[in-house]
Unconditional design. Structure first.
Ligand code: BMP
Length: 224
């Protein structure tokens, strides 16, 4: 289960770069996540044009951390442009923040994904000290899913153990950040978010098939 992170390099024609990868990969992956580089460079309308005929999971990764009303406005714009999921930080709190965003997401049938822990080492400096509170927040705002790292498996397992079964775990950190394909799935994730190891390779479709095969083998191995 893969969600492709599309983060085009700045020296590329971002529109073409993204379109090529969406055409080559959309039938073999479960969704796409678009971050700030593409949204800032192309604008949300151009990004929407790339995904015109795509019906899968389309996540806007703005990692929102604002007051609720403003996040709700951003979410409306993203919804108008075909996104069906948004990511927000948990540390902003419930009242006048995530509660408002959660309501807006429900109104628009958008999936809300909240961050419980991140894949970079700096996550240990602050975010990881609040994991229990962030897990609690996940329940309060009825997140569809959470972000948890493929790079720190004990944390990933802890999050899986303490999260209701229906809530999805999306796990970045595979490939360039050091985690091997399949390892997050083996430790409780529902999806691995995979970016550059696939999207920056020469033949991204072939590389994606390789990653999927590695995932499959790893999952069989860890189920033994
Ligand atoms: P890559 O596989 O190229 O390292 O990409 C990972 C993707 O996941 C990037 O889009 C990044 O913004 C995102 N991400 C992450 O790496 N760690 C997190 O904790 C949260 C993320 O959204």
């Amino acid at each position: 289960m893969i969600i492709i992170a599309l983060d085009p390099p700045s020296n590329s024609n971002m529109y073409e770069w993204m379109l090529d990868r969406v055409i080559a990969l959309s039938d073999i992956v479960q969704g796409f996540k678009i971050g700030l580089p593409a949204i800032m460079r192309l604008g949300v309308s151009e990004v929407a044009r790339i995904f015109r005929s795509y019906n899968g999971l389309l996540i806007a990764d703005l990692k929102m951390a604002d007051i609720g009303d403003i996040m709700a406005l951003s979410t409306e714009i993203l919804h108008e442009h075909g996104f069906n999921a948004v990511i927000a930080h948990s540390f902003i709190g419930f009242s006048q923040a995530l509660d408002t965003l959660s309501k807006k997401c429900k109104e628009l049938s958008m999936k809300l994904i909240t961050i419980v822990s991140m894949s970079h080492s700096g996550s240990m400096e602050y975010i990881d000290r609040h994991i229990d509170e962030f897990l609690n927040m996940t329940r309060r705002v009825e997140s569809w899913g959470v972000v948890a790292p493929a790079t720190r498996l004990e944390i990933l397992r802890y999050i899986r153990r303490n999260l209701e079964n229906g809530i999805k775990i999306l796990s970045p950190g595979i490939g360039i950040q050091g985690a091997e394909p399949g390892i997050a799935l083996c430790n409780g994730a529902d999806y691995e978010i995979v970016g550059r190891i696939i999207t920056y390779s020469q033949n991204f479709r072939e590389t994606a098939f390789n990653v999927i095969e590695k995932q499959r083998k790893k999952v069989i191995e860890c189920q033994k």
